[in-house]
Write a protein that binds this ligand. Structure first.
Ligand code: BES
Ligand code: MN
Ligand code: MN
Length: 463
């Protein structure tokens, strides 16, 4: 790629300012109070794609938030890259834990980002990473170096399960036809240890409700004589793991992919420092399934976690009460071959079965999705690997991530193409947490690396 570095140097301030403006709009898809902001963000993305050189850009209506679609087809006989990203963000709460307001971006230096990082909700997940693609496109079109066709599909409902995107994809197979899908919505190991994500976990998310007596009771008059839903719920939840931290739901592990010794040895080569890991989280020990390392526990193994639990009296002081109901939100991260709908069923059956007498249990499934693994011998992976070699000076390490982007498995199923996950964030960037940020170095490195992917993908496709 001719003069990408000088282009970035020349336009760096504008690239940053444009991202800052985008981050000022609170596009929280989960909370309808932000509806106008989410819609406005779609408009801003549309304009940015037009400016970056897309020939046609449209805002595609759905039953929820719109999908921004743009394309530049230079020659039908050339390969087509489909870029996916999301313009919605997670809610910012608990807002009091932010050091600066989540929608007033500020640049600050950190240990991991000595050149500065932008602090704002969505900085890394996914506005910053998505916008790298828009700026890479701008570079390629304005310097006449776009080597192939490009399609952009940027959605506004990723953080709430992408239900309407699934329908859009199913109904627009021809429009979305591509040779590879490119996504920057994951992370890498460290700025001096580039990695490419080769796997994502699936997800099953459920909510449970346990009901005891028909009303809240005096805990002295009735305590000990009726089932207390909170006592029972916590007991039921505790029983979902055994003493080795294996999940006890019958059939849960049936289809779990087993990695060979060699594959595990290969994985273990990725640099990881347990002391740094513990220090960063201020914990004195790690915890998890017996027989697996920390990196295995958070990538190739399925998990079950309570995300929230409530019920009874939580106000000031003490109230002596046995609540009528108790609730929990539970997520299960799944690995390839585990079917999320089947796991949801297994959970429901088991949870209803272990219910004690004297209570009723209701299990309500939320969203879910399949996991994903991508081979490293594909043209797409090889093109990405070569791109990183050029811009990082190192061969990237393939790494399976613990996070989920459920739509990726659907892309493969419906569009029959592989996804390449070129993520430039760091685990310490605090996505979904207070003080989310994205390194300026990472942002610019992404913009620099992406055009090389296009170049190598086009070249390798010709062979
Ligand atoms: N970008 C993340 C997923 C991610 C982050 C994958 C880092 C790998 C590394 C995405 O926006 C996300 O938050 N996904 C959700 C699932 C979704 C259905 C709400 C998740 O993983 O919890
Ligand atoms: Mn994301
Ligand atoms: Mn997210």
């Amino acid at each position: 790629m001719n003069n990408i570095q000088s282009y970035i140097k020349e336009h760096k301030d504008r690239f940053l300012n444009e991202l800052v403006e985008l981050l000022k709009i609170p596009s929280v898809s989960a909370d309808s109070a932000y509806k106008n902001d989410v819609l406005k963000t779609a408009e801003v993305i549309k304009t940015s794609l037009e400016k970056a050189g897309c020939d046609s850009v449209e805002i595609c209506k759905t039953n929820g938030y719109p999908i921004v679609y743009g394309e530049k087809i230079i020659n039908k006989s050339l390969p087509t890259v489909l870029v996916y990203g999301h313009y919605d963000v997670q809610p910012a709460d608990p807002i009091e834990l932010w050091d600066s307001p989540p929608y007033e971006p500020v640049i600050k230096k950190t240990d991991k980002h000595p050149e500065g990082a932008i602090f704002a909700r969505g900085a890394c997940d996914d506005k910053g990473q998505m916008y790298m693609h828009v700026k890479a496109m701008e570079f390629m079109t304005s310097t006449n170096q776009l080597p192939c066709n490009v399609k952009f599909m940027i959605e506004g409902e990723e953080e709430v399960g992408s239900a309407n995107l699934a329908t859009f994809v199913k109904n627009n197979q021809e429009k979305l036809k591509n040779d590879v899908i490119l996504i920057s919505d994951t992370g890498m190991i460290a700025n001096d240890v580039p990695s490419i994500t080769t796997g994502l976990r699936g997800l099953s998310y459920v909510e449970v409700e346990v009901t005891g007596p028909n009303r809240d009771l005096h805990s002295g008059l009735y305590g000990g004589a009726v089932a207390n839903p909170i006592n029972i719920l916590t007991k039921m939840i505790a029983s979902l793991h055994d003493e080795n931290n294996h999940i006890t739901i019958p059939g849960f592990y049936d289809n779990v992919e087993k990695l060979s010794k060699e594959e595990r040895a290969e994985m273990a080569k990725a640099p990881f420092n347990l002391e740094h890991y513990k220090n960063a989280l201020d914990i004195d020990a790690v915890y998890g399934e017996a027989g697996y390392t920390t990196n295995e526990r958070n990538s190739i193994r399925p998990t079950l976690d309570v995300n929230g639990i409530w019920g009874g009296y939580i106000g000031e002081g003490a109230k002596t009460v046995i609540a009528s109901k108790a609730y929990a939100k539970i997520s299960m991260r799944l690995v390839p071959n585990q079917d999320w709908e089947n796991i949801t069923k297994l959970f429901k059956t088991h949870f209803e079965k272990i219910a004690s007498k004297g209570i009723k249990v209701k299990v309500t499934p939320h969203h879910g999705g399949q996991g994903y693994v991508t081979p490293i011998n594909s043209i797409g992976y090889q093109a990405a690997s070569k791109a990183y070699q050029d811009t990082f000076g190192k061969t990237p390490i393939p790494q399976r991530s613990g996070g989920s982007i459920p739509i990726v498995a659907l892309f493969e199923q419906e569009l029959k193409s592989k996804t390449i996950l070129m993520g430039f964030g760091l685990d310490s960037d605090a996505i979904h947490s207070p003080n989310e940020h994205f390194g300026i170095w990472n942002y610019l490195k992404g913009i620099e690396t992406i055009p090389f992917f296009y170049k190598y993908f086009t070249e390798l496709s010709k062979k």
